[in-house]
Design a protein around this ligand. Sequence first.
Ligand code: MRU
Length: 350
Amino acid sequence: MTSTALLKQTVETIEWTPDGVVMIDQTKLPRETVFVTCRTYREMADAIRNMVIRGAPAIGVAGAMGVALGVLESEDLDTEIPVICDTLARTRPTAVNLFWAIDRMKNLYDSIRTLPLPEIRNRMVAEAKLVREEDIAINEAMGANGAPLVPDGKTVLTHCNAGALATAGFGTALGVIRAAVREGKKIDVFVDETRPFLQGTRLTAWELQRDGIQTTIITDNMAGHFLKSGRIGCVVVGADRIAANGDVANKVGTYSVAVLAKENNVPFYVAAPISTLDLTLESGDQIPIEQRPEKEVTHLGGVHLAPEGVSVANPAFDVTPNRYVTAIITEKGVARAPFNKSLRTLCEKG
Ligand code: MRU
């Protein structure tokens, strides 16, 4: 993996180039705008694991492109494809988009495996690029479906980063906010800092500021105070996996925000593509929750703040029970309770 500290005109989260897959390094933003190039599927697996790229739809695209890199490296695909897919799938367990994208690439391979190798390679690379293009279009559609739900003249609260950086472009939750602003709504955004990785402070605030959308960072523990104040018109967040009953896994801290939103009669919206639905799981209890390194909690900006030897817990996600979710916004429409029925209906829609 190589890095370039080159400032591009428009910042792309992830791009397929003749030199490899180029991604903006999200561990360094906003202090440094550095691009990394992955040329092998193993480099891509490391980039996903280390959160150089993160966010459910974005790691889906990265997974698809990682498989395509592996296909370019390999001379014996029948042997190598399972290894490539397994290596990429073992990086992060919660966001189902990663597995969805890897399965999509694997299924394509199974259907074309008797073709000549150069043709298989071309088709697999084209599919990975298509996953990226489709994601941008899906986010635009989600934005159009969600924008009418955002109250005019109020503040929107969001948690983590569900923006262009967490997707191939435009964003899920931030896509809804962007679409509402485009429609002429006068809104501003409160951004939870999102400890411990600070996706809110570092990434969401950076994105919204670049768009000229009025943005205020709050620490996570301030959310209740502002939800009670009457200032917040709605909460919009993304998701990493949604079970058949509408339980939502998203960045840790989302559950607390959802409970506080309900307590204060503030609508709580989740914006996510259909590829984030996992209808094989009956409820959120079955969603695997990633445990991340202790250092993310004990250190801040590289400085060790906690006492030596203290125990640390660092679940990266939590599950919000469906009773706290006002609606789930997808590219195919908006689902409301009972989610078991409404999510299936959306999935079956052409
Ligand atoms: O650990 P991360 O940064 O990958 O977690 C990201 C989130 O939880 C996002 O809210 C979610 O993936 C939705 S992104 C459109």
